[in-house]
Design a protein around this ligand. Structure first.
Ligand code: AMP
Length: 282
């Protein structure tokens, strides 16, 4: 496994492997790896000849008020975990390798990036799309693996790849959960015992909505109310709980048979912002 910091150097190495006919799979991460990340790497190694994992805490996707400095980092542990996977390259640039002092070009999207997480985190998806575009340009993947855990992000990246003509197939992998159904996240290590207990209300409310929808409830306002009841009891600070129609994240009144929907939630347990979602068919 090669650990490389320099964008030009890794690009050269990957390009030569690509020209020999190898399929390149990319797994972008912000490190502090857990089973969710490892599941993406496992899928990439099944489908590609060369697996590249990037570890980069991207300052452009954090607002000044957010936790960029506090975001958990443990590169030693990450590397030792990665040695036990089929990752061939780990790309670990510094901020200055990715953003020069005069950096002023960004990738923006004007619709899906403005709702849900984009509404509550202005500029967040601009930072995400910019760094993912850069990773695509540096690491030249044929396939890139993202988690359903960040559903809105995954759909935005699919849209960017399509609309900016990146020759990359974007693959969305299932959410890996703890035994008690808390979605795995690098941020879970911030949670106190009490906060962690409270945060289970998120997956519980999503599961309850999907269960009712599967049993035939059609009224989205009522479905949301049912989920909110569970969340409110938990004393989490709710940012949003929404049911949208996929693939466009449209707000609708009713569930229609045969269409795909997502329940998405963001809430704070103390200072820690948690997100989760579930996807179902009407
Ligand atoms: P992050 O390091 O949090 O930026 O995540 C890197 C990638 O791993 C993103 O594509 C996430 O959606 C994905 N990911 C994070 N948590 C999970 C999880 N619990 N299950 C599956 N994928 C995940």
């Amino acid at each position: 496994m090669f650990i490389i910091k320099n964008p030009e150097l890794i690009r050269k190495k990957i390009l030569s492997l690509k020209l020999k006919g190898n399929k390149i799979g990319l797994v972008p991460t912000m490190g502090c790896l857990h089973e969710g990340h490892l599941s993406l790497i496992a899928k990439a190694s099944k489908e590609c000849d060369v697996v590249v994992v990037s570890i980069f805490v991207n300052p452009a996707q954090f607002s000044p008020k957010e936790d960029f400095n506090r975001y958990p980092r443990d590169i030693k542990r990450d590397i030792s975990l990665l040695k036990r996977t089929k990752a061939d390259f780990v790309f670990v640039p510094d901020v200055s390798d990715i953003y020069g002092a005069d950096h002023s070009v960004y990738v923006t999207e004007d619709r899906l990036s403005l709702i849900l997480c984009g509404h509550f985190r202005p500029g967040h998806f601009r930072g995400v799309l910019t760094v993912v575009a850069k990773l695509f340009n540096i690491l030249l993947p044929d396939r890139a693996y993202f988690g359903q855990k960040d559903l809105q992000q995954a759909y935005l990246i699919i849209k960017m790849a399509k609309e900016l003509n990146y020759p990359v197939k974007v693959i969305v992998c299932p959410i890996i959960r703890e035994k008690d159904r808390l979605a795995m996240s690098s941020r879970n290590i911030y949670l106190s015992k009490e906060e962690r207990e409270k945060s289970l209300a998120i997956s519980r409310s999503i599961d309850a909505i999907m269960d009712s929808a599967r049993k035939g409830s059609k009224d989205i306002r009522k479905l949301k109310e049912q989920g909110l009841k569970i969340l409110r009891k938990s004393a989490l600070r709710i940012e949003y709980l929404e049911v949208v129609e996929l693939p466009d994240f449209c707000f609708k009144k009713n569930i229609q048979a045969g269409r795909a929907y997502a329940v998405l939630c963001a809430a704070y347990a103390g200072k820690t912002r948690l997100i989760d979602n579930g996807v179902f068919r009407g």
